[in-house]
Design a protein around this ligand. Structure first.
Ligand code: UFG
Length: 344
């Protein structure tokens, strides 16, 4: 029988790609999503990609009773992949309590319900944001956790601690925390991808929306950083590679391959790419010229960060496969497809 997995936030950007990879690997997937930042037709598109329709419930993880009932309605859930969270850094500064409520209490609810319903493991979406500006690059999982720059970042740090404390208390739970670097790109079918709400805050959706003419000009935030070309450096990871890391992590938990009950992995490529390099590579990959200007630095930006993914490479047997050009082309194809569908 197929093992059943609950994916919270499964109609979102990373969630939808992960659902497809789970299905491709033979898992039976149940999605819960409150649709605050996605829409139900993503479920149709997941079905088109994988050939299998996942179960879907519109539900908020904050709803403890509702979640309790969900585990009864879908018995035998073995693992949870917990994506559902608020994720806009700027908004979190304006509305900290919304972020603390949504992001912390959702996790607390799940951790409380897991033992009751015999759920063995949880994979938590963490972020390289927990490292702040690392002193040593590339950054390893042992690097110190720096004080968070935003309430959003703080929720990632606190949630990691909540998981550690819960497991240390003897709860019969296993966990893997994946610290994502910068996820970009879309599924090769262009049926699922990133659909930002309003004006994009992240670089790549802004790039593709500018390239297609929705935005007039991309602003590059700063060219006076201590980097080779002066613009910030990040580790851009293809979302499908990232999705696959979740499947491997879930297999690892359910096949009892973990070395510790709580493990943490960097999920990145190991390569740092500057904003200006990314723009040039996008232009080369797509043949589309990008209108951009250099403006001042964005408050709170990290100068440079990229992963040391050795631990994930060795222990998980996972490696980022895609190259940047193909990844950028996938993001562009997705943007073209959105225009075809009259969405953006
Ligand atoms: N950038 C621009 N112009 C834009 C948008 C972004 O130049 O219009 C630059 C940023 O200054 C940064 C790089 O592109 O140098 C990447 O910016 P993103 O906003 O795409 O990503 P961040 O690295 O700032 O943010 C990501 C995640 C957050 C997470 C954060 C931790 O989106 O969820 O990493 O550092 F908290």
């Amino acid at each position: 029988m197929k093992k059943r997995i609950l994916v919270t936030g499964g109609t979102g950007y990373i969630g939808s790609h992960t659902v497809v990879e789970l299905q491709n690997s033979g898992y039976d997937v149940v999605i819960v999503d409150n649709l605050s930042n996605s829409s139900a037709d993503v479920v149709d598109n997941i079905e088109k990609v994988s050939g299998v329709r996942p179960a879907f419930e519109k539900l908020d993880c904050l709803d403890f009773e509702g979640m309790d009932k969900l585990f009864t309605k879908y018995p035998g859930i073995k693992g949870i992949i917990h994506f559902a969270a608020s994720k806009a850094v700027g908004e979190s500064v304006q509305k900290p309590l919304l972020y603390y409520r949504n992001n912390l209490l959702s996790l607390v609810n799940l951790l409380e319900l897991m033992p009751k319903h015999g759920v063995e493991g949880i994979i938590f979406s963490s972020s390289c944001t927990v490292y702040g500006q690392p002193d040593i690059l590339p950054v390893t999982e042992e690097a110190p956790i720096k004080k968070a720059e935003s309430p959003y970042g703080n929720t990632k740090q606190i949630n990691e601690e909540i998981i550690r404390d819960t497991v240390a208390s003897g709860a019969p739970i296993h966990a893997i925390m994946l610290r994502y670097f910068n996820p970009i790109g879309a599924h090769p079918t262009a049926l699922i991808g990133e659909l930002p709400n309003g004006v994009p805050q992240n670089l790549l959706p802004y790039v593709t929306q500018t390239a297609i003419g929705i935005r007039e000009k991309l602003s590059v935030f700063g060219d006076d950083y201590d980097t080779p070309d002066g613009s910030c450096i990040r580790d851009y990871i293809y979302v499908v590679d990232l999705a696959k890391a979740h499947v491997i992590a879930m297999d690892r938990i359910l096949e009892n391959k973990q070395k510790e009950k709580v493990e943490v992995f960097n999920i990145g490529t190991g390569k740092g790419v500057s904003v200006l390099e990314l723009i040039r590579t996008f232009e080369k990959a797509t043949g589309v010229k990008l209108n951009y200007q250099i403006v001042g630095r964005r408050a709170g930006d990290i100068e440079k960060v990229w992963a040391n993914p050795d631990f994930a490479n060795k222990e998980l047997g996972w490696k980022a496969e895609a190259n940047l050009e193909d990844t950028l082309r996938s993001a562009w194809n997705w943007q073209l497809k959105l225009r075809e569908r009259n969405i953006q």
